[in-house]
Write a protein that binds this ligand. Structure first.
Ligand code: NDP
Length: 379
């Protein structure tokens, strides 16, 4: 069965295509041009690995809207999902893998990119395996469990000369792009303070086998939602934090065992700028605000799948519209595909994920030490 026609609306396809490739690629020291793995022209073939909620509801529908890449393959541990996806998206048997047989993907010329959409503890393993198979890798946030894993992923992709891109979809979103530019132009004078709050009130009913509650699989609010706050603090200041203090809170100990329900953290940036951040699985939070010497600006919501918007003290608005979900994911994947096709660095390379992982390590260290100030590794 083909995708529903609403998902391949030509107007949305054209919008996404028009926006694709408009960004300036990040300068990336040490970046090596990808080895030539493509023998054909046309859109890149993407294999999604892990057919959970994000793949099913956002990425697969978005891949019906993209122009420079298409859903070509799947990797899953659940045979029933494989059957359903094959019918729905006309995926041939030769492009379907399970986790054990994944390495065989090296022999498949129809797959150019593996998009890792697995629980967080599996990001490193399958990024490294995909790179070894000669495939470019798109990996979901958070990049890994810690900075050490993130470095291994970057090294593997460099060694095999494939691109590594992190799925920070907001860094492709037009209002977030305009917001991030203010870190350079500073229309409200010196930046004093950032506030970045991201969370949702969840897990009220029986959470079952939720990996987001399992420490071994990368559970907890900080890994899941906290990276939005952290990444936003960095793109708002345009700088790297020097130190952090963090405290975790657990109001429902029967649900949150060994993972954080809420994390409050303060990042100290150069020149006395601070970012106060809250992330939570127990509160609906979705605001990013910058206080400056001569004004303020704010995005709320700042991390939803669509409808990101904001305003500033001088009356300016952040009101570009990208279209309803999953237009953001389609834009992200088209831009990332174009970076591969054109042989230039992606907008959100693995190094960007690593910068967040270093801060995450320090946040967890501070929370374990009851809020002690922890310096952040700047290497
Ligand atoms: P789900 O729990 O919905 O799906 C995860 C899938 O991974 C499962 O359905 C399963 O797929 C596969 N899997 C393989 N091994 C395991 C295991 N040991 N435990 C559980 N699942 C396993 O997660 P999401 O899709 O919500 O999240 C996946 C990733 O995407 C995470 O890293 C998350 O942070 C990220 N994400 C990013 C978002 C964004 O906006 N950028 C939004 C949502 C998620 P199968 O049955 O096919 O094997």
């Amino acid at each position: 069965m083909n995708a529903p026609s609403s998902l391949i609306d030509p107007a949305r396809r054209r919008l996404v295509a028009a926006l694709a490739g408009t960004g300036v690629a990040a300068a990336l020291p040490g970046w090596a041009a990808p080895r030539a793995t493509r023998t054909r022209r046309g859109p890149l073939g993407v294999a999604l690995i892990g057919l959970g909620g994000y793949s099913r509801d956002l990425l697969a529908p978005a891949l019906q809207m993209t122009r420079h890449c298409r859903l070509a393959g799947i990797v899953t541990g659940t045979p029933a999902k494989a059957e359903e996806w094959q019918r729905r998206y006309a995926i041939p048997d030769r492009n379907v893998y399970d986790y054990e047989g994944f390495a065989r993907i090296a022999d498949n010329p129809n797959i150019d990119v593996v998009y890792v959409v697995l629980p967080n503890h599996l990001h490193k393993r399958f990024t490294v395996e995909a790179a070894a198979a000669g495939k470019h890798v798109w990996c979901e946030k958070p990049m890994a469990m810690d900075a050490g894993e993130a470095r291994e992923m970057i090294d593997a992709c460099r060694r095999h000369r494939v691109q590594l891109t992190i799925g920070y979809r907001l860094q492709h979103e037009p209002n977030t792009r305009a917001w991030s530019e203010l870190a350079k132009s500073r229309p409200f004078g010196r930046l004093l303070r950032v506030k970045a709050d991201a969370g949702f009130n969840g897990f009220r009913n029986n959470p079952g086998d939720a990996w987001r509650l399992d420490p071994a699989r990368g559970g907890g609010a900080m890994y899941d939602m906290g990276v939005y706050s952290l990444n936003a603090a960095r793109y708002t200041t345009g700088r790297e934090p020097l130190a952090v203090t963090a405290r975790q809170e657990i109001l429902r100990p029967e649900i949150f065992r060994g993972v954080d329900e809420t994390m409050r953290f303060r990042l100290e940036f150069p020149e006395g700028v601070v970012a106060d951040c809250v992330t939570s699985f127990g509160m609906d939070l979705n605001t990013l605000r910058a206080e400056c010497e001569a004004g303020w600006y704010q995005l709320s919501p700042f991390q939803t799948y669509d409808g990101i918007k904001g305003e500033a003290s001088d009356g300016r608005r952040f009101d570009a519209t990208l279209g309803p979900k999953p237009a953001m994911q389609a834009l992200q994947m088209d831009q990332d595909a174009l970076a591969i096709i054109e042989g230039r660095p992606p907008r959100v390379p693995g190094e960007e994920g690593l910068r967040d992982m270093r801060v995450l390590d320090a946040i967890f260290a501070s929370a374990r030490a009851d809020g002690k100030r922890v310096q952040i590794d700047q290497d």
